[in-house]
Design a protein around this ligand. Structure first.
Ligand SMILES: C[S@@+](CC[C@H](N)C(=O)[O-])C[C@H]1O[C@@H](n2cnc3c(N)ncnc32)[C@H](O)[C@@H]1O
Length: 294
């Protein structure tokens, strides 16, 4: 999450503001804001819509909310999505992969739900026959799953998308996440879509060290309300002018590399951020799902 991503999002916000007929206020809700890096980058890019912009950060963690309130007095910080409807945009970067999900496993003709229990002070998996509704849902989502295949069932993510859409009178919901259809997830070893990280390094068993690891799950895109469009992050960034911003960075770098001042360093890091963000085998392959409302 660097300045370039924020600068491109700022351009996208301007385009959406224009599309809506320049509403004032133009509400932008960023959900799962974390430490606020994206919001800072967007505001630093000084979008044209700035005069109408009401930037709202939604963050569940009280510690992060406290630090956002202390360091970003120009934004509103909330623990939940706002209660009132608005014209504008809801954005969420890597939020849906953080929400709790169920795991089910194909067993013979049926499905087991994989729950978590305790055995001698350790967390362990316990397989239960899935309730009929859940089994029927799993069978619809992954009809050809092999025995032993697992899928996530992401009710919380679907509910969150419905809730966010319900708030928007006119505008759009834009979600950035790693997303694949459930049938693809069913064909993969489950540890490939249910990943854990510790200190930014891939970790192993999701049940080890409870509370000490990030647990993340690829978003099963077909389990969400149908989006208006889904494209790769590389295509999204291209559509909102990443190439122009990178060309600008290259020109500054060429002019100032020998001086080596802050402008030169910023230009150089814009070029390397672009390489990472648009790499289709990495971050560029992330999905950007959009729901247009009204
Ligand atoms: C993986 S982090 C992403 C942070 C930031 N968007 C980024 O890309 O750097 C997910 C964030 O969402 C927050 N979160 C999780 N569930 C949430 C919810 N239901 N509403 C708001 N925030 C939530 C977490 O506390 C965490 O800060």
């Amino acid at each position: 999450m660097g300045p370039l991503f924020g600068a491109v999002l700022a351009r996208a916000l301007d385009a959406w503001w224009e599309e809506l007929g320049r509403p004032d206020p133009f509400v932008v809700v960023e959900a799962g804001a974390g430490p606020g890096a994206l919001a800072r980058a967007v505001l630093a890019a000084a979008p044209d819509c700035a005069s109408a912009l009401r930037y709202v950060l939604v963050e569940r963690s009280p510690t992060l909310r406290k630090s956002l309130e202390a360091t970003m007095p120009m934004v509103t910080v909330l623990p939940e999505l706002p209660a009132q409807h608005f014209a504008g945009v809801v954005v969420a970067n890597e939020l849906l992969d953080n929400l709790a999900f169920l795991v089910v496993e194909r067993r013979g003709e049926g499905w087991d739900e994989i729950r978590v229990g305790e055995d001698g002070g350790r967390l362990v998996e316990i397989a239960f026959p899935a309730a009929p509704d859940l089994a029927a849902e799993a069978a619809t989502l992954a009809p050809n799953a092999a025995r032993g295949a697992r899928i996530p069932v992401q009710h919380q993510a679907a509910t969150w998308v419905r809730q966010a859409l319900g708030l928007i009178d006119r505008g759009r919901l834009v979600v950035f996440d790693y997303a694949r259809p459930t049938t693809v997830l069913a064909s993969l070893p489950w540890r490939e879509w249910l990943r854990t990280y510790r200190g930014h390094e891939r970790a192993a068993d999701p049940l080890a060290d409870p509370g000490q690891r990030d647990i993340t799950c690829d978003v099963a895109i077909d389990q969400l309300p149908a989006p208006s469009s889904v494209r790769t992050q590389a295509d999204f960034l291209a559509a909102y002018g990443v190439d122009e911003l990178v060309a600008e960075g290259k020109a500054i770098w060429q002019e100032r590399a020998a001086i080596g001042d802050l402008a030169a360093v910023r230009a150089r890091s814009r070029i390397s951020e672009a390489e990472a963000l648009t790499d289709r085998a990495g971050l560029g392959g992330y999905s950007v799902a959009e729901w247009v409302v009204g």
